[in-house]
Design a protein around this ligand. Structure first.
Ligand SMILES: Cc1cc2nc3c(=O)[nH]c(=O)nc-3n(C[C@H](O)[C@H](O)[C@H](O)COP(=O)(O)OP(=O)(O)OC[C@H]3O[C@@H](n4cnc5c(N)ncnc54)[C@H](O)[C@@H]3O)c2cc1C
Length: 390
């Protein structure tokens, strides 16, 4: 599909393509050096290292359609891994609700990727029902700091993180949402214990985080005490839009077709099989429809404001599509994907991609859970999008 871009956006698309051709070369023998080189080149272009940031914070100040072009063009390249927690999630909250002092203190290290962040929202008793969270922050008598106690769960990359942005409870009176406070504090300090959780795909990506008597200066509170829920919700909309991964799915779908063409099937290859092709076509049609939804949401964003309730539609459908593609990868690999082995262990006669197919499928199960489970997105869509139209 080729979405109609304006003349200016086409010029911009050419500029992005030229930049990627020159700077997005393969990692080579030194991934660290490759990473540093990529971000330096992107920064030198005028804030392309923080593509979604506005100009006043050092970003390129792109329009939503320019951001769309960037996402689409970069998806085809294996760029250095970039954690979303700092640049894409916390930064917009700091820009909107942080003090100037907090912005000056945290944004430069987020931008340089010197400080890794993690997100402390979910708790053993608070996932979909996030307002049930119990991690307690008690303000000291002299009003200089909070003392935080509690347990967070499913905290992605907590074992690699330097800092956490954390939802805490500061009050039990009134509506549950009104007693929540948004705090920032370092992970590498006494009182923080990180325990790994190994997921279905065999990865260590998430953790349990125990927080015991951790002192957090009041300067590390975002916005007002008890108003953290508002900031947290804004952040979730940024998170959901990112998880939808439409550009990544377009690349994954093209790759699936390529893989299927390489799998022997009867006298031809798997992609000649009409039943398999029909499944691929069904995903492609849904992906195309979702891309139009994304463009509609971008047009609305261009008219002002951040990602709105459409982020729930994008998250819901985007993650379902990811999972359907992952399932088709497994189907294409056939029995060879049933045994999951490291790449160094050759699979006799089987396609090379069978190594990753099952791991991708199993790990991908989580996408319809994190950032708000699918059932909850359906609820949000009903309450905020559909109900308003009936
Ligand atoms: C891989 C992974 C990474 C994660 N990373 C992070 C992270 O970095 N930071 C963080 O804070 N959290 C993280 N999470 C947590 C994630 O946000 C929660 O798992 C999610 O919000 C669901 O909460 P829960 O697991 O407690 O499930 P529950 O809320 O207990 O839900 C269980 C089931 O009940 C359904 N359900 C719940 N309420 C309703 C309802 N009202 N109507 C209909 N159905 C409902 C759910 O859809 C789900 O199917 C991560 C989770 C995963 C799996």
């Amino acid at each position: 599909m080729d979405i109609e871009l304006s003349a200016e956006d086409r010029v911009f698309q050419q500029e992005v393509r030229a930049f990627l051709k020159e700077n997005a070369a393969t990692p080579g023998s030194d991934p660290q050096q490759w990473r540093a080189k990529w971000f330096a080149a992107a920064a030198a272009k005028g804030g392309w290292d923080v593509p979604k940031w506005p100009r006043r914070f050092g970003g390129p100040g792109w329009t939503p359609s320019q951001q769309y072009v960037w996402d689409k063009e970069t998806a085809a390249y294996a760029l250095p891994v970039d954690s979303p927690f700092g640049v894409a999630m916390l930064a917009p909250i700091l820009m909107a609700y942080g003090t100037q002092e907090q912005q000056e203190r945290f944004l430069p290290d987020i931008r340089s990727r010197k400080v890794n962040w993690c997100q402390g929202y979910s708790e053993p008793g608070a996932g979909s029902d996030l307002a049930a969270l119990k991690t307690r922050a008690v303000l000291s008598a002299d009003g200089t700091h909070y003392v935080v106690n509690g347990t967070k769960i499913w905290t992605s990359a907590a074992h690699l993180a330097d800092w956490i942005f954390c939802l805490t409870r500061t009050s039990d009176t009134g509506k549950r949402q009104q007693g929540i406070t948004f705090l920032l504090f370092p992970m590498k300090q006494p009182g923080i214990e990180v325990k790994p959780i190994i997921t279905l795909g065999g990865r260590h990506a998430v953790n349990m985080v125990h927080i015991t008597d951790v002192k957090v200066p009041v300067e590390n509170r975002i916005g007002k005490e008890g108003e953290g829920w508002t900031y947290a919700k804004g952040l979730l909309q940024h998170e959901r839009t990112g998880i939808a991964g439409i550009s990544r799915s377009l690349v994954a779908l093209a790759s699936l077709k390529e893989k299927a063409r390489g799998v022997r099937y009867g006298d031809g290859n798997l992609f000649d099989d009409t039943a398999f092709r029909a499944k691929v076509a069904a995903v492609e049609i849904d992906l195309m429809a979702l891309e139009f939804t994304e463009l509609r949401s971008l047009a609305a964003a261009a008219a002002g404001g951040g990602p709105g309730q459409e982020s729930s539609i994008l998250k819901l459908k985007g993650t379902e599509i990811q999972q359907r593609i992952q399932k088709l990868n497994v189907e294409a690999a056939g029995i060879y994907s049933a045994v999951w082995r490291p790449v160094s262990d050759p699979i006799l006669d089987g396609p090379k991609f069978a190594h990753d197919a099952m791991e991708g499928f199993l790990t991908g199960r989580a996408a319809t859970i994190y950032g708000g489970a699918s059932e909850v997105q359906r609820d949000v869509i009903w309450k905020n999008v559909l109900k308003t139209r009936v």
